[in-house]
Design a protein around this ligand. Sequence first.
Ligand SMILES: Cc1cc2nc3c(=O)[nH]c(=O)nc-3n(C[C@H](O)[C@H](O)[C@H](O)COP(=O)(O)OP(=O)(O)OC[C@H]3O[C@@H](n4cnc5c(N)ncnc54)[C@H](O)[C@@H]3O)c2cc1C
Length: 453
Amino acid sequence: MKKITLVGGGLAGSLLSIYLAKRGLEVDLYERRPDMRTVDISAGRSINMALSARGIYALREVDVLDDIMQQAIAMRGRMIHAVDGTLSFLPYGKDDSEVIYSISRGGLNMALLSAAERQHGVRIHFNEQCTHYDVRTGTTTFQNADSNATKTIETSVVIGTDGSASAIRTAMLSVPRFNFSQHYLDHGYKELTIPPDAGGGFQIEKHALHIWPRGQYMLIALPNPDGSFTCTLFLPFEGELSFENLQNEQAVRRFFEQHFPDAVPLMPTLIDDFFTNPTGALATVRCWPWRVGGRAALLGDAAHAIVPFFGQGMNCAFEDCTVLNQCIEQHEGDWERIFIEYERERKVNADAIADLALANFIEMRDSVADAGFALKKDVELALEKRFPDRFIPKYSMVSFHRIPYAVAQARGRQQAAILERLCRDIDGVEGLDWGVAKRIIEQELPLVKQEKF
Ligand SMILES: Cc1cc2nc3c(=O)[nH]c(=O)nc-3n(C[C@H](O)[C@H](O)[C@H](O)COP(=O)(O)OP(=O)(O)OC[C@H]3O[C@@H](n4cnc5c(N)ncnc54)[C@H](O)[C@@H]3O)c2cc1C
């Protein structure tokens, strides 16, 4: 039986191990942290996250979806909080079937690890940090966190699922003509909490992703099953309104009372959370190639870390696993061909979602507060209902379909130009000239190739 070594037992590594084991491959998964099922380790970032079509498809393929969905909370749209406390709701999809789900990062990771180990015989080695990968010989070195002992193993195929600071990718820097870039945002993020109300219920609308858009910065909140919300403040590191200027309790209180007044009474632990929780950085990582011959490959954040504003990093990593699995099926045993096809299919799409995620930051922190934005969202959904084979809003192509990200990006640009023309002189969907809309859409937008999920 072919042996595969996976480095990194986070979301992508644990899912991929199941896909591979289900194909009859012998999988060893090495993770630098202790077993999160027995030791309480805070991942240090995003306690909950948004799961959508591509992630759902992959979880269903490996039979862990039902387990995960028991704790998932549907978010039907964005709940926008204006500074004066006015709320407006912008649905994500054309009906209640088009929702995204708030799920626990730790819960999902643990469910995947358990399924990998117990149902599929994956051998998981915790506390083993990869310190080196030799691109020439294909050997991998690990250091044990308890004993500091090192060991070097030899396997013919190694896949780096070790996240945005990947050790396998670092080793690939020594491959001639290996390209690598890392671009940090000027904004950092900090997690805060809205606890449940006295009765254990939700203090604000449960089935929404809450956004307090404020132009250069924003606060968001996603629901948890216990009635709480995990909030994330995205704010520049430096400048007038920035983390560097929020150094004491008074400054933090003043900032929140001025910019997020309706959130302050909901957050009794604001000051504690603010000064206890770390401030995280956000980067886009790109590299190429993603493989060394048929011996090693990168997958998930190790290959393409993106900023979190489209809620797609994990979903994209899960789609990598789905595609790699298809490539293995098509080219059984020929690992060089498998990796070539996998990176050919995925690189263009990973680049597209990286760009879309950066653009969505501006949409979330700024545009969503505009009346013009709400109008365009209404018109988009109305056009989709009338022309479902041709006009699918960009957000929906990314979140509710498995249309390749690069196609969603290209069609999204075309559709944005069409929307601009159709919305120019109207202030509601009722003002839309359906005859003009039909002519433009049928002339300019080819039929969408849709993959059911
Ligand atoms: C604030 C924030 C919010 C986000 N929200 C969303 C969201 O709503 N939806 C979404 O789809 N995505 C979201 N993401 C993105 C998502 O977290 C990542 O895309 C996803 O975790 C990638 O999975 P991964 O397994 O590739 O990497 P990781 O989850 O980072 O896992 C890597 C694993 O490798 C291990 N490891 C690292 N180095 C080594 C080593 N040298 N040796 C051994 N093991 C190692 C790590 O301990 C870890 O377990 C968010 C990200 C952030 C930062």
